[in-house]
Design a protein around this ligand. Structure first.
Ligand code: GAL
Length: 410
């Protein structure tokens, strides 16, 4: 074959179009994890147009997504969290992924808690990347050793260890003062203070009596105590910069979802040796989860439709679920995979997610879109962040929380 023809042949075989993917994965480990998808698509001749919108938990990304859709120019696909997927499905904006789901038997391999959000009216409308959970503490191991700190198993021991770090001149808690991070920490304290039933009543059922209860007042007292151990530069700090404080020996702990572990792994650190992971003391029996979902937007373009299906198939496949979580810090959303290739925290995490699902203590994270609609979530963000940034008394906070949730739901 003449050279020119051969080259054209290659070019044609490789050009199967390009997907545009909106996401908020901009930290080192997040971008690397997304790269795994980009590479798998490239192997199938599909190009990648990244549309990153920085800002943890996707608050900024969702504003950009809304404006793209309203102006009639949706991307090929977007990363979203639970209630946002539901919202776009209700507005008939999404392509269904039923073909892929049927051929890949998604009904049998994804847990019910995920199907609740990845399906709408019986149709698959999203491909789940993984399961993250928010009730984790990430700890600097050498600081623990230096200060003689054993892994705390109760809230009181946890606070006592923070105190030890502070007295030794370290920052106890690496803290990012942004609304979604304030509420991520808050939901940990709700679970540690009131247990799984209380978490469900207050943050999922939105029961006004639980929201404005003595237990909620106690929760705010515990949060106030915890906040004594953050540093003065926390306002506005990004989550991955807080993680870096633990990595670099500036702070003892960070309370954060397991995407934080992605940053440790990206720095070539090993759990158990260089850093420790444990469930937030007092929350060991439950898992507050979120799962990043890839939704695809309805289009008349046949080539785009084919690429959407390919992308969904890749995301749901066993190999990808493992490879992605190895970088991202999460665990696979698919059940029944071998966890051998995952790090020690993820191996435990994968078991814990399964146990929690079996015991009905696998509960959606409020800060990450799996407990309540965005209107409620944003109303809670406002109250929690005003509490964090002021001297608001705990009983006033509980009262305002109940009132804010009520007005967001009425
Ligand atoms: C979460 C998301 C994670 C991670 C984190 C920080 O909401 O599920 O994948 O990106 O935000 O941005």
């Amino acid at each position: 074959m003449p050279l020119a023809l051969a080259i054209t042949g290659v070019a044609q075989a490789q050009d199967n179009g390009e997907v545009e993917v909106l996401n908020w994965w901009t930290s080192g480990s997040e971008a690397k994890a997304l790269g795994a998808l980009k590479d798998d698509l490239a192997e199938k001749g599909i190009g990648w147009k990244n549309m990153p919108v920085a800002g943890g938990a996707g608050t900024n990304a969702m504003a950009v997504l809304r404006s793209r859709i309203t102006s009639g120019n949706p991307p090929t696909a977007a990363q979203v969290l639970g209630y946002d997927a539901r919202d776009w499905a209700e507005r008939d904006a999404l392509a269904t992924l039923d073909d892929v789901a049927t051929s890949e038997q998604w009904n049998d391999v994804f847990p019910a808690a995920i199907q609740d959000f990845a399906k709408h009216d019986g149709h698959w409308i999203a491909a789940p990347f993984e399961i993250h959970s928010t009730n984790w503490v990430w700890a600097n191991k050498s600081m623990m050793d230096e200060l003689g700190i054993e892994q705390p198993t109760s809230w009181d021991e946890f606070i006592a260890s923070l105190k030890k770090a502070k007295e030794a001149g370290y920052t106890g808690l690496a803290y990012g003062g942004q609304p979604w991070q304030d509420t991520t920490v808050f939901e940990n304290v709700v679970l540690a203070t009131g247990g799984a039933d209380f978490y469900r009543q207050a943050l999922i059922d939105l029961d006004p009596q639980a929201l404005d209860s003595d237990t909620m007042v106690e929760t705010f007292d515990n949060l106030r105590e915890l906040l004594k151990y953050k540093d003065d530069n926390s306002p506005g700090r990004d989550w991955n910069l807080a993680t870096a404080m633990v990595i670099n020996g500036k702070a003892l702990y960070q309370i954060m979802g397991d995407w934080a572990k992605g940053e440790f792994l990206n720095a070539n650190l090993e759990p158990g040796k260089d850093f420790m992971c444990f469930r937030t003391p007092g929350t060991q029996d439950a898992v507050t989860f979120n799962s990043d979902l890839m939704i695809m937007f309805e289009t008349d373009d046949g080539q785009q439709q084919a690429m959407q299906k390919t992308m969904a198939q890749i995301i749901g496949s066993p190999d990808f679920q493992i490879a992605f979580s190895q970088i991202k810090g999460s665990v696979p959303a698919r059940t029944g995979l071998s966890a051998d290739k995952l790090d020690a925290c993820a191996q435990r995490g994968y078991e814990q997610v399964k146990a929690a699902a079996d015991n009905d203590t696998l509960m959606g994270s409020l800060a990450h879109g799996y407990a309540a609609p965005a209107s409620v979530k944003n109303a809670v963000f406002d109250i929690i962040s005003s509490f964090v940034n002021s001297d608001m008394p705990s009983d006033v906070a509980a009262e305002q929380l109940a009132a804010a949730v009520q007005s967001a739901t009425s």
